[in-house]
Ligand binder design. Structure first.
Ligand code: SAM
Ligand code: SF4
Length: 340
């Protein structure tokens, strides 16, 4: 039986794939300690998909039922001319095939680009921020400067973008800042999600990484010391779970890839800036879409067959596990490669 080129993408476990995350560069203007080593070697530019190729790739996925597109990296906003890519993708919002175009960013370039992103149809943005202390921010990002990011957040809100702050929960680093970060988000009408640190990267030190691991169960318990915490049933089709803080009315998200298995509802796949598709963040398996993309100038045919074949191999779930006091299911690739 031949499958129509535009039939929805359904994986072997009956999960419809409607969410694509695309890393548009492996480069970044920060060097966060849990994400990159200080002296990274980046890919030669010729290995990256061009913006025109990224457009054809995303368009093929959208033809096949992807409704939500998140642009990430590395730092997506350091890629030259990336705004033209957002502008081009807005045609899929206009046609109604794409429901949401969004991005995850460190915020450093938002002062420059927030208005253009809004004009291209972006309505929400995730900004990563682990601490409100300038010295600690410089330590965790190595190269980042907090005031620049805060100006970026202000610019995003001024442009009309809904902002969600993503904070990586790091033991002994931002534990005591939890009430301050939470209050700061409430005052500025920012959503907040905590992320458990994941065992990524080849220079990971298992002993140290476990030291950095602050379980979101403990983060939740810390909230209970300050607030009345109500679990919310709502799920976003992804790894986040939500609670409401009754005193402030805030909804707080928890992304718990380690302590909670969310794979059964996984609706997403990731594509790297070189056109590799990863159908599971926690498994090494990937497939190449760049060769079929470059061989099929109309974006159909070979490329769509390759996408469908990759989805047909999507694993049931991942194997991350800290429970035995060793890092199980550890990955050797950096988060900046697959974009988180
Ligand atoms: N540069 C952008 C940013 O920082 O938002 C986008 C790419 S970054 C790889 C995407 C997300 O992954 C960020 O929120 C970052 O904090 C998170 N991240 C990176 N390494 C991580 C790790 N080892 N464990 C958990 N989250 C990680
Ligand atoms: Fe760059 Fe984002 Fe990785 Fe930090 S988490 S080094 S900002 S890609």
């Amino acid at each position: 039986m031949t499958v129509s080129q535009t039939a929805p993408l359904i994986d072997p476990f009956a999960r419809a794939i409607t969410y694509l995350r695309v890393s548009v560069t492996d480069r970044c203007d920060f060097r966060c300690v849990y994400c990159m080593s200080e002296h990274m070697t980046f890919l030669p530019k010729k290995e990256l998909l061009t913006l025109e190729e990224l457009d054809r790739l995303c368009t093929a996925f959208i033809d096949m039922g992807v409704e939500k597109l998140r642009i990430t990296g590395g730092e997506p906003l350091v890629r030259r001319d990336i705004i033209t890519f957002f502008q081009a993708m807005s045609r899929h919002l206009d046609s109604g095939s794409l429901k949401e175009l969004t991005l995850t960013t460190n915020g450093s370039q938002l002062e420059k680009y927030a208005e253009a992103l809004y004009a291209a149809g972006v309505r929400r943005v995730n900004i990563s921020l682990d601490t409100l202390n300038e010295e600690k921010f410089a330590r965790v990002t190595r190269w980042g400067r907090l005031p620049q990011v805060l100006r970026g957040i202000d610019a995003a809100q001024k442009a009309g973008l809904r902002v969600k702050i993503n904070a990586v929960a790091l033991k002994g680093f931002n534990e005591e800042e939890l009430p301050a970060i939470t209050r700061w988000c409430a005052e500025r009408n920012l959503d907040l999600t905590w992320i458990e640190v994941m065992p990524m990267g080849e220079d990971i030190d298992p002993a140290n990484r476990i030291g950095q691991y602050w379980s979101l169960k403990d983060v939740r318990a810390e909230y209970e010391n300050h607030y009345t915490v109500t679990d919310l049933a709502e799920r976003s089709g992804g790894p986040a779970r939500y609670v409401r803080l009754e005193e402030s009315g805030q909804k707080i998200g928890f992304i718990t890839p380690l302590s909670h298995n969310f794979c059964e509802s996984c609706n997403r796949v990731r594509v790297t800036c070189t056109g590799e598709i990863y159908t599971c963040l926690g498994q090494e398996g990937s497939a190449d879409l760049r060769a079929p993309l470059r061989a099929s100038s109309d974006g159909a045919g070979l490329l769509k067959d390759a996408i469908r074949a990759a989805i047909g191999d999507k694993p049931k779930g991942h194997d991350f596990d800290y429970s035995r006091q060793e890092v199980g299911g550890q990955m050797t690739r950096h988060m900046s490669h697959t974009g988180g």
